[in-house]
Design a binder for this molecule. Structure first.
Ligand code: KG4
Ligand code: ZN
Length: 329
């Protein structure tokens, strides 16, 4: 059994995953609510909250999987990229647990973790495939080879898709995290009422850009007063959300074409978005592409995906990992 730990941002997570990384026996996520009033994650607050909660979260992941620490055969942990203080809490805990039982330790890249959520979703899935990761910190397209290695095809030149949604939500006076808030506000909105730019739409590359979209919202908001905002909110949210979804879908389908990929995987917090899921389902049916999108709880940060990625990553034997360090990038 793999005991997996994830603390790269504001979710304190632990999971128990079977050695092949295709099934999770538990997946405990404690989402820190301390950040909501700041409208974004405060790194120091995140580290301290991880420190307070991680022991309890690990204990719960073991008890929910009905196993004891003695039955764990390796410990996996996110080592990069993320908030350095937050990562350090997870890495120190994982080292301690592994060292105490002379177990191997498996360092995992958070982005490879997001992609690996697809193996828990479709246990028969094998690379090659094209993967889109759209989260709060990253937005990128990868080609994943038979050796499970990820080759970058394109990425955002400025904000990540989730970041654009979080910032847009803040401008609209909505809560944090912004993705689900914008979706909620957009429910009865007219998606065509406002014209929002789709970043790098015509460009013949696989990169993304969301800065023009943010600026466009800013100018639209400057042109209306508080009263009008209350009335226009659903339409503005709907137009903004549609522009983000269109940018992601367009480039993903272009990557599928260029790579002649039979299968695509979509991962990261933004993949929990209903409009994006629906849009990609429609387009993949048209192109005959197999689409694997994990359920929302495996799209946002969790430790089961880290355990799944650990199954195909290199394990460091005891005590080689004592010098292992977290990295922010
Ligand atoms: O992958 P994730 O949980 O953490 C990072 O690694 O960043 O992604 C968090 C991001 C946030 O920006 C949040 O607004 C966005 O994912 N998000 C969503 C939804 N749920 C979370 N965006 C759109 N629709 C959602 N349902
Ligand atoms: Zn993430």
């Amino acid at each position: 059994m793999i005991l997996a730990i994830e603390t790269s941002c504001d979710d304190t997570c632990s999971a128990v995953v079977e050695p092949e990384g295709r099934r999770a026996f538990s997946n405990v996520v404690h989402t820190q609510t301390e950040h909501a009033r700041y409208g974004g994650v405060v790194p120091e607050v995140a580290s301290r909250a991880h420190l307070e909660r991680l022991d309890g979260v690990v204990r719960r992941s073991l008890s929910e999987a009905c196993i004891s620490l003695e039955e764990v055969s390796s410990v996996a942990v996110t080592v990069r990229p993320g908030l350095i203080g937050a990562l350090l809490v997870g890495v120190a805990a994982a080292k301690g647990l592994a060292y105490a039982r002379r177990l191997p330790l498996i360092p995992v890249n958070h982005l490879e973790g997001h992609v690996a959520a697809a193996y828990l979703t479709d246990p028969g899935l094998e690379p090659p495939f094209v993967a889109l990761i759209a989260s709060g910190g990253h937005t990128a397209l990868y080609s994943v080879g038979r050796d499970h290695k990820m080759r970058l095809l394109g990425e955002t030149l400025d904000d990540a898709a989730g970041e654009a949604l979080d910032k847009g939500a803040r401008m609209l006076g909505l809560g944090f995290p912004g993705g689900p808030e914008i979706s909620k506000a957009a429910r009865d909105g007219d998606r065509g009422r406002y014209d929002f730019p789709v970043g790098l739409k015509g460009r013949d590359n696989l990169d993304f850009s969301f800065s023009g979209l943010k600026t466009s919202l800013l100018y639209k908001l400057k042109a209306i007063n508080e009263e009008q905002l209350a009335e226009e909110l659903p339409h503005l949210a709907a137009g903004y959300e549609s522009a983000v979804v269109e940018a992601l879908s367009r480039k993903l389908i272009r990557a599928v074409d260029l790579q002649d990929a039979p299968t695509v995987v979509v991962a990261g917090g933004v993949a929990a978005n209903t409009l994006l899921r629906r849009t990609l389902e429609e387009r993949c049916v048209k192109t005959g592409t197999i689409l694997v999108v994990p359920p929302p709880e495996l799209c946002t940060d969790n430790a089961a995906m880290i355990g799944a990625a650990a199954a195909s990553a290199r394990a460091l034997p005891y005590p080689e990992y004592l010098s292992l360090n977290a990295r922010s990038v």
